[in-house]
Design a protein around this ligand. Structure first.
Ligand code: HEM
Length: 507
């Protein structure tokens, strides 16, 4: 009994100490005045459970509507929605470094922790990792491999033809995902992953990717937990690892090197990375090549599928937008395969894609950064000292009415075009457009902007133009809402579509 009493006293003592510590931290906090949920002022558990709930982007929007442009989401974390701060927080030099949230995305191989170009928090390491690769992700370079995307679009159309001919329902959310994984694999290795041919997640890779993201988004709210869970050296507890994907990438790299230089066929990104290794053996070794192709595979598919789904869903939900889009595509005299250069010049189509990216951005959490030594002054004069964590959520900034207008909550592609009826001048339109583009966080911005942006853009424009030109699509139940789950990537399910063939494009 005495022992139990002593243990109880010890618990009480440490409990009281922890409480006193929390209260002291609260009263001393330099960001005490910033409004936010009561519990979030004391503990990160608040945001941990909010993320667990699966729709933190909605919570963030509601909180900003209630409290204004600065909301405290944790003891030392402030969510911001102020266009004036965009270029400051996400500058081209990376003065505001990424927070520990991103380290949860590091891989653990044996006892070694390996960061990647997305997860690294060191500017020097990031520059070293990214500078070699950037050249291969530029649109001018990617357009040389456009035919690899055409091949995958062709396969996609064959599957859609089958749905049309059989009159069966196409689960478009799944098929766009299969397609996106096959495209990125085609661009990287000149071969699809095979998800479309199998018509299912035959390798379990897609399920694994979802679980890894569920872990990343929730545990990332209290990154210290990761050291006890997935990065725990004794018995790791966490999502299934990407060993299978890494193995696939390693195998592709080895067989390509064993087969010697490709003399025929299309050049892909693995060729680019191996060439880089030859030219810079000190900075790009075999692991570097595998890491680079792995980033493509893991970061390039889910994200693009999300935007593709948004384009299809919102267009089908809005018949007037659908008809306008189809009319523009029909009038455009396009020839197959649809070239990126041709479809990216169609103004209404371009507006639909931009609006989809704005309305349903692929990433739905704060792009967290640490305030540097200079501190950060907010519009109302509040000063955030060095070390405070800040960030903007694309879902919040994209619905900001000062940037996107009073109807920012509606899906309206026309906002990207000049308002001729309203008498908008060219100058006024140019300024409004520049403001909207400057605050577009779909792909992030500044030093850590998405490296794969141009891949996705090429893929989205070509695929969506082909789909809307070649097929008449209808939602099986136009009243039904899709299901959304925010695990950093804001994934959607439940887009059931009936597909009919239209007059095919002339080659
Ligand atoms: C529609 C598709 C995509 C969306 C919405 C998207 C979104 C984003 C966002 C918001 C960021 C910034 C993260 C931050 O600042 O915290 C980012 C970074 C990144 N993305 Fe993407 N992405 C897409 C496609 C791709 C593709 C195709 C690839 C690779 C082939 C890719 C690879 C990366 C990498 C490596 C980073 C980190 C860049 C750095 O820190 O330097 N993404 N992406």
């Amino acid at each position: 009994m005495e022992i139990i009493g002593a243990v109880a006293q010890l618990f009480f003592f440490f409990g009281a100490l922890a409480l006193a510590n929390t209260l002291w931290a609260y009263y001393q906090s330099p960001i005490k005045k910033i409004p936010g949920p009561f519990l979030a002022k004391f503990t990160n558990l608040w945001r941990f459970f909010d993320n667990w709930g699966g729709r933190p982007e909605l919570t963030h929007q509601l909180l900003h509507a209630k409290y204004g442009s600065a909301v405290r989401l944790g003891p030392d974390l402030v969510s911001l929605s102020d266009p004036a701060l965009m270029r400051k927080i996400y500058d081209s030099r990376g003065q505001f470094r990424k927070t520990e949230f991103y380290s949860v995305n590091d891989a653990k191989v044996g006892s070694t922790i390996i960061s990647n170009v997305f997860s690294t928090r060191s500017n020097a390491d990031h520059t070293q990792k990214r500078s070699l690769l950037t050249q291969f992700y530029k649109m001018s370079h990617l357009l040389k491999s456009e035919s690899l995307v055409d091949d995958t679009i062709d396969s996609f159309c064959k599957h859609l033809d089958r749905f049309a001919d059989e009159g069966t329902v196409c689960k478009m959310d799944e098929w766009l995902l299969f397609f996106a994984w096959d495209v990125i694999s085609q661009l990287t290795f000149s071969r699809p992953m095979g998800f479309m041919d199998e018509g299912k997640d035959y390798s379990g890779l897609l399920g694994t990717a979802d679980k890894a993201l569920d872990y990343f988004s929730v545990i990332g709210q209290i990154p210290a937990l990761d050291k006890w869970l997935a990065k725990n050296p004794i018995m790791p507890i966490g999502p299934p690892s990407f060993d299978a994907a890494a193995g696939f990438c390693a195998q592709q790299s080895i067989s390509r090197q064993q087969a010697g230089e490709k003399t025929e066929g299309k050049r892909d990104m693995l060729d680019d990375f191996l060439q880089l290794k030859k030219q810079n053996p000190l900075t790009m070794d075999d692991n570097g090549v595998i890491g680079a192709v792995l980033v493509n595979v893991l970061a390039g598919a889910d994200t693009t599928a999300i935007v593709l789904r948004a384009v299809v869903y919102y267009t089908l939900k809005n018949p007037i937008i659908y008809r306008k889009l189809q009319q523009e595509l029909d009038d455009a005299n396009l020839t197959a395969p649809l070239a990126y250069a041709a479809v990216s010049k169609l103004p209404y189509f371009d507006a639909v894609i931009r609006e989809s990216c704005r309305f349903h951005p692929g990433v739905g959490l704060l792009l967290e950064r640490i305030v540097p030594d200079t501190g950060l002054q907010l519009a109302d004069g509040t000063f955030l000292p060095a070390g405070t964590k800040v960030g903007m959520n694309p879902w919040v900034i994209h619905k900001n009415k000062t940037i996107y207008g009073q109807d920012a909550e509606s899906f309206r592609p026309e906002r990207w075009l000049r308002n001729e009826e309203g008498g908008e001048t060219d100058e006024a339109y140019a300024e409004r457009l520049a403001t909207m583009k400057r605050n577009d966080l779909c792909f992030g911005t500044g030093k850590r902007v998405c490296i794969g942006k141009d891949i996705s853009i090429m893929e989205m424009y070509k695929t969506m133009a082909t789909l809307f030109k070649n097929y008449e699509m209808n939602l099986v139940d136009p009243e039904k809402e899709w299901h959304v789950q925010n695990s950093w990537f804001v994934r959607q399910t439940g887009i059931n579509v009936k597909v009919q063939r239209r007059k095919p494009i002339i080659a």
